[in-house]
Design a protein around this ligand. Structure first.
Ligand code: AMP
Ligand code: MG
Length: 349
């Protein structure tokens, strides 16, 4: 299949292009598009064939449901059984934005889109291109992240192209994304809404709107026993091609340990990539040392994480060491992704 790549520029009139892309989706095709979190791989959420095609293009297990993207609040009611009051309040506070809410689904949403579940995940993205595309496609776009299953989510169109050229009809290049990590997922079907995946919208931010918010216990642990409630969270995810190890502990010891291991790995013929921060990066001796920013600037770290992993892939890095990051606030989302990317391989020094 030929994949058409179209570039949309901020401040330009893109309506014609996006209308064309909307027609592709309406006709059952797949279009990758930018959102404020990561690039999405979109198909018509109401069309079971489109959802099947999404799973096939990604190589994604079909029990891992998709997120339905909408562009206005009126479009929520038809696809869910009910809108709990708490969900209305969260929508008011955070939509459009990086928050996905889980509802009981209505009959309009096919089981192919929800991975066989009776619930549906819904999000309203805060991105002009995404909004206009959803509108042009008829209001409901099912979209997971636009990467091959298991790989880091794409934060640039060139990474979408790397994974998806030849597999989908169209890629809309809207430049760099703003956030760089997937949305927070919260289950609104529980008495106490439950965070299933941490993201840019933190527990503290949610608690400013709702009295109490729970967290899926399986969130930060490895697969020891409890299955995560978001089916997708049980799979190895976000993984670079190189073997990734997180090193946790006193920073000076971390740098020492990583340098020792780097030498050892280089002697064995490996190309070593290191993920550090501005304060430590000059002290490392890997083949490629990349800073994800200042340690206390979580938003920058989040934005650079997947890109850094992809850059290591581009450079043929075979072994990666990363510093560990905080687990408070948005740091929890960063650590959650990093732990998955590392297959929970953490060394404490
Ligand atoms: P992605 O679009 O790649 O970020 O993947 C979507 C994520 O949303 C996966 O982790 C899914 O398991 C999760 N998800 C989607 N629908 C549901 C649902 N109905 N219940 C729980 N988790 C869901
Ligand atoms: Mg994904």
């Amino acid at each position: 299949m030929d994949t058409q790549i179209i570039r949309v520029d901020e401040g330009h009139e893109n309506t014609g292009l996006l209308r064309q892309a909307g027609e592709v989706i309406k006709a059952g095709g797949l279009v990758a598009f930018p959102t404020e979190t990561v690039y999405g791989l979109g198909g018509d959420a109401m069309n079971p064939d489109s959802s099947r095609k999404i799973y096939a293009a990604k190589g994604r297990p079909s029990d891992n449901p998709l997120i339905v993207h909408i562009c206005c609040m009126e479009d929520l009611a038809p696809i869910v059984k009910e809108i709990p009051e708490a969900a209305r309040r969260l929508a008011e506070a955070f939509w459009p934005g990086p928050l996905t809410m889980i509802f009981e689904k209505s009959d309009l949403i096919p089981y192919e889109t929800t991975g066989g579940l009776d619930t549906v995940a819904v999000r309203m993205p805060n991105h002009p291109v995404a909004m206009e595309l959803i509108h042009a496609a008829g209001g409901y776009i099912a979209a997971p992240s636009a990467n091959l299953s298991g790989r880091p989510s794409p934060t640039l169109a060139k990474y979408v192209a790397e994974d998806m050229v030849g597999r989908i009809e169209m890629i809309i290049d809207g430049g760099d994304v703003e956030i760089g990590l997937e949305s927070t997922i919260i289950d609104m079907t529980e008495d106490i809404p439950l965070i299933l995946r941490p993201g840019y919208i933190t527990k503290e931010m949610l608690e400013e709107v709702l009295q109490s918010v729970g967290e899926d216990k399986a969130l930060m642990s490895d697969s020891s026993g409890q299955a995560p409630k978001a089916p997708g969270m049980k799979y190895r995810h976000y993984a670079p091609k190189g073997e990734l190890t997180i090193v946790d502990g006193d920073l000076r010891r971390v740098v020492e340990y990583i340098n020792e291991q780097t030498m050892f790995m280089q002697e064995k013929g490996h190309k070593v990539g290191i993920i550090g921060t501005d304060a430590t990066i000059a002290g490392y001796s890997g083949d490629l040392c990349k800073s994800v920013g200042e340690r206390d600037e979580e938003a920058t770290i989040a934005k650079r994480l997947y890109r850094t992993l992809r850059e290591f892939d581009d450079e043929g890095v075979t072994v990666i060491f990363s510093e560990s990051f905080d687990t408070a606030g948005m740091g929890q989302a960063i650590m959650n992704r990093l732990l998955k990317a590392a297959g929970h391989h953490v060394i404490r020094v």
